[in-house]
Structure formats: C-alpha cells, structure tokens
Ligand binder design. Structure first.
Ligand SMILES: [Zn+2]
Length: 175
C-alpha cells in the first residue's frame, strides 16, 4: 500500500457572497419538485457576478441525465470561450453527481459551490430507507480533482433536506 499519495483536498466553506446564489439554486430545486422533477437547481455565474445560465432538474419525462449541472456544462461548451469557462463558478443546490462532475471537468469550468453535499444526501436517503441509485455517490474531487470546490452551506441544510424528504414522500417532524 502506498503512503505517498497526498490527501484529497477538502471542500472549502462557501463565502457570504456565495449564499445568495445558493439560495437561488434552492428556489430552483423547489420549482423542480413542484413540477414533478427532482429537487435540484444550478446556476452558472461569470466573474462579474452575472448569472449566465440557470436550470433545474428535468428528469420527470424519463431521461435521468437531465441534471442542471450537465445542461450547464453543455451550454458553457457551446457559448463560452475556454477562458470564460475556467473563470466561471457553478452554484448548485446539491453537489454534482459523477456524470455532471465529469462534464464540468471535460468542458473546463471553474469553481463549484454546492449547498448540500452528496455525502449528506446519501446519509438522508439511507436514513429514510431509500435504495441507493445506480451511480456511485463520489465527491466531485474524486471525479474532477482539478476543480476547486466549496460546500456544504449549513444555513441551507434543513431546507434542502426537507425538499428531498418531500420528494420521497417522507414526513419529517416539524419544528
Ligand atoms: Zn448530475
């Protein structure tokens, strides 16, 4: 066994400037859930703080790859220069899945900031007895090690957990 491998970089904490964008992602996640999709929403933000592209989960009609982070990667590849992509930040209510992390890495996007981590979501689903999905719940850094990552945002944890509970028909105690 090798002991020479450096430890995987840990995710940083989101900053105060990140929070409004994360809140918008949670609003998009709620909008997705209200429409019968899964509660995930994401934004592509340029270095000036301008939202260039926003989307939400759209898996309702049977295409389970319709994740907002994947749409962002494809939009960025079509519309932004490599330099602009690298300077952009992707905000998302839930940490990228491996498919979306790979797409993000392949198109050369910059920082990722998530409100809830994959580890948190996995723990909630296990707690509620929901079967694991078909894709390994890897953190972004395992899939795209060059991408700077920040999250989770404790301010939004309860709200996101409640959305996922509602998505699964789980009744959480109130208060
Ligand atoms: Zn995904």
């Amino acid at each position: 066994m090798s002991t020479s491998q450096p430890p995987r970089p840990r995710a940083a904490a989101p900053t105060a400037a990140d929070l409004p964008f994360l809140r918008r992602c949670v609003e998009l996640a709620r909008e997705a859930l209200d429409a019968g999709d899964e509660p995930f929403g994401s934004l592509l933000v340029d270095p000036a703080g301008e939202v260039r592209f926003a989307d939400r989960n759209r898996v309702r009609d049977g295409d389970a790859t319709r994740h907002p982070e994947f749409e962002i990667a494809r939009w960025a590849a079509a519309h932004l220069s490599p330099e602009a992509r690298a300077a952009s930040t992707v905000y998302t209510s839930g940490e990228h899945c491996p498919m979306c992390a790979a797409a993000h890495g392949w198109v050369g996007l910059g920082r990722i900031v998530y409100a809830a981590s994959t580890a948190q979501l996995s723990a909630w689903l296990a707690e509620w007895g929901v079967a694991a999905g078909p894709v390994a719940p890897l953190p972004v850094q395992e899939v795209a090690p060059g991408v700077p990552v920040a999250g989770p945002a404790p301010e939004l944890t309860a709200e996101i957990r409640a959305l996922h509970a509602r998505a699964r028909g789980i009744a959480l105690p109130t208060g």
